[in-house]
Design a protein around this ligand. Sequence first.
Ligand code: ZN
Ligand code: ZN
Length: 393
Amino acid sequence: MKVSLLVLVVSLAGAKEPATHQPPSVRIRLLEKHSPRHLDCSTVSGAALLVQGGSGKDLKLKRVSFDCRRSDEVCLASRGREICRRYFRLRTERSGDGIVVATGSLSRRTYDGLLEIAPTGGHCRLVNELPVDDYAEAVACAEMKGAPRQALLAQVVAARSYALASAGKHPGSGYDFCDLTHCQHYLGSGACSPATRQGLRQVRGLVLTYQQRPAETVYFSTCAGHTASARDIWGKRADRIYLRGSPDGDGPNCQDSPHLSWRLEVDAGRLCALLRRQYPQLDKPVSGDCRVEVERLGAGGWVRTVLVTGGTRLHLSGEQFHLLLGRVLGWGRFKSARFTIERQGRVYVFRGRGLGHGVGMCQYGAMGMARRGFDYRRILRHYHPHTSLEKLW
Ligand SMILES: [Zn+2]
Ligand SMILES: [Zn+2]
């Protein structure tokens, strides 16, 4: 973050008038999983890119390629010339334009703001710096493609508040967030159509706060009728008054989700093998299969702890169990920490409800509320009670 958020928020706390501050900037690491070695860059409008590398003045180029295979330099190629520097910084000559980035393996993406390109281990380290408002709008479009307008507005406010509350999720890295769901799903400004983008401007600067600080407005796909409490999912330290589980409407609000219920059978031997790989203490002594059962339930039937017995007794949180099995068996198969376990002969049968960690805003629920006429303020209040909606700039 470019601006100390605490100072920003505290300085506004006593003022009733909307502030005139500029939105702080955030730095996002892009495409790390793709490890691009080459990039082709241009602009949306076809106007020039301003390219700055080390010292010296900006180069004005309409198209430019970068090669990051050297260990300590990035090499720029444009119209037959090559220039190598420790890093390059790109921005568009025209305001409101976007930087188009193409790599071999990936479709083109468009980014607002500034793009930094540096070498790292034979590929390009890309960091996008942009105002948090532009970031939140792009996140909302990536997260809730095609959602009704009021749900999208709620998602923008949630994405912005979360970004302000959780800057530094990658400490010591030189950036605030990655572009994956570990932080927030970010595909660049191209994720929004120009018309959608225009419509999202009405909530610029609006932030959900709790006790004058940005609230940690987490969200997930589907609760299937009841959201989870942060303390059941992530432990005592994560407890927040606005992150306590509650019923999600009568219908429920997320009744149109394809993830209301799921079922997965896992061979008992396979399940125990993968648990033993992760927790070697289960190995002593090996006496056939381990036993896996739900030990404690939290709010709404979200699993608080799973007891694994196999030589020793292991208490895993329901979310740890979900993350482990989701990673190995697929996030689209083991979908949430809201499940029951039944042993049937050689298999464990998991019957579950919902998708995601269950804490905060249920995205399918927000869409359901928007379709029934609720506006974004009402949606945010439903999922994050006790918070205030404040215009911080
Ligand atoms: Zn991250
Ligand atoms: Zn829901």
